[in-house]
Write a protein that binds this ligand. Structure first.
Ligand SMILES: [Zn+2]
Length: 454
């Protein structure tokens, strides 16, 4: 129980305290999209049928666009900081177009001459969470963000689209980029040592995780390496990662900090660390994050990667996970193993929290819109979720009794809501720690693994 209570305070949606503000925000700042939903659907649909040749449009390294995501609870904008060239592209050469449509943001790359979508990827970010806090009602703030994609051969249009409250997208930012522009920064971002934790093959056919470390001093290098091995072993002790171990590479970046530990503001503990991680994010005690995305991505640029996991040298319980943004956990709490798995469910799998918080209203997700996460539903479009995995003899809704403990069903209570939202299984790692992922979450993770390894 204690883990479950704690869990409410970590994870991607730890800001649920100010729920009413969040809902108000959703209603007021997404009035701007005027683009026809039909056109967007047609554009998206046509993009799926397009085959994109990696070699025709890209070279095997990365372009990285750094930008400020600025605004408040009602408005937001993107401002360019710089464009960089990075040595590695860790992603697939086949699956360039996003087929999941998860997250509230979608980076889209168009070849300018052909006006053809050649890359897209969904994600979420810390700015979007901050928008729901009381502070965002009072002031505007700037968050550092980064988008990476394979390095284009010719001029591109770089777009960031934003999901609106009806489930569609509108364009938030658009920029023409000439890959031959001499101002594109080609310097090596930093000089940490790197090491292999698990190597199974070419990065283009594997899920590559970059383990980045915060709060380890030069005297703690041995601990850093032991922790790297320990958490890699944790990952593969859980299905579906166990049976997919040969589809992963894990790289370590030996990030050395000046001081050991991490910031714990409520205890007035402040540590000078390389990635600037901190507890008490948005005044949520156990929400361990970093907003220093530049330092994080600079470190990650030294290895090929699809996902970033930040391991923080602390024995305090906490973590966070945001889809295709980062996953973070402290390493020395007794529950760190389970937090590690839970947060990776968010960061890699795009999974929602399956637990209930009775303090929340029924309107956490916009009414009449199916949540984008694959493991919860409000029955608006249940057909595209796990409906086909439920046996015809299983009652729906499914009673959360011991009789149905091993049954895929429709269990009421998910996505923080007690009513009207459903989870697939009585218990799951995305609901409570130490139980493993439910079959639906496993399927979703498997689909994501398959996408990266084509
Ligand atoms: Zn689940």
């Amino acid at each position: 129980m204690i883990f479950l209570i704690n869990l409410f305070l970590t994870g991607k949606h730890s800001l649920i305290i100010n729920f009413k503000l969040r809902i108000m925000n959703l209603f007021c700042y997404y009035e701007k999209p005027k683009v026809s939903i039909l056109i967007l659907i047609l554009l998206s649909f046509s993009s799926f049928s397009q085959q994109v040749s990696f070699d025709k449009y890209f070279v095997n390294k990365s372009m990285r666009v750094d930008y400020s995501h600025v605004g408040n609870s009602k408005n937001e904008a993107i401002y360019l900081k710089e464009i960089r060239q990075e040595k590695f592209w860790g992603g697939s050469h086949i699956n360039l177009i996003d087929t999941f449509m998860y997250g509230n943001f979608m980076v889209k790359i168009y070849d300018k001459a052909a006006n053809k979508l050649i890359y897209s990827r969904g994600s979420d970010n810390l700015f979007k969470e901050w928008q729901t806090t009381p502070e965002a009602k009072e002031i505007s703030k700037s968050f550092y963000e980064v988008a990476t994609f394979p390095y284009p051969k010719e001029k591109i249009i770089f777009n960031i689209d934003r999901r609106d409250r009806k489930g569609g997208y509108f364009n938030l930012f658009s920029l023409e980029i000439d890959p031959n522009d001499v101002s594109i920064n080609k310097e090596k971002a930093c000089n940490y040592n790197t090491f292999e934790i698990l190597k199974n093959g070419d990065s283009k056919n594997k899920v590559d995780i970059a383990f980045i470390f915060d709060g380890y001093t030069k005297d703690e290098i041995d601990k850093l390496h032991k922790d790297a091995k320990r958490f890699a072993d944790y990952l593969f002790s859980y299905p579906p990662f166990t049976e997919n171990k040969d589809k992963f590479n894990i790289w370590g970046v030996e990030v050395i900090s000046n001081e050991s530990g991490t910031d714990m503001p409520t205890q007035n503990i402040w540590k000078n660390t390389a990635i600037n991680s901190s507890f008490n994010t948005f005044y949520s005690e156990r929400y361990l994050t970093t907003s220093d995305i530049k330092s994080l991505r600079d470190a990650a640029s030294l290895v090929p990667y699809d996902q970033i996991y930040l391991l923080v040298n602390s024995s305090k319980y906490g973590g966070g996970g945001i889809y295709n943004f980062w996953s973070i956990t402290s390493v020395d709490d007794e529950a760190s193993k389970y937090v590690f798995l839970h947060e990776f469910g968010h960061g890699f799998g795009g999974l929602a929290d399956e637990y209930v918080d009775s303090g929340l209203s029924d309107e956490f997700y916009p009414k009449g819109v199916e949540p984008w996460e694959p493991n919860i539903t409000n029955l608006v479009n249940f057909d595209k979720k796990w409906k086909n995995m439920i046996d015809k003899n299983t009652p729906q809704p499914t009673p959360a009794t011991i009789e149905y403990a091993k049954t895929i069903g429709l269990f009421e209570g998910a996505g923080y809501m007690a009513k009207g939202f459903y989870r697939p299984y009585r218990k799951c790692e995305m609901q409570t720690l130490m139980v493993g992922y439910c079959p639906v979450c496993k399927r979703s993770i498997q689909q994501m693994i398959n996408f990266y390894t084509k």
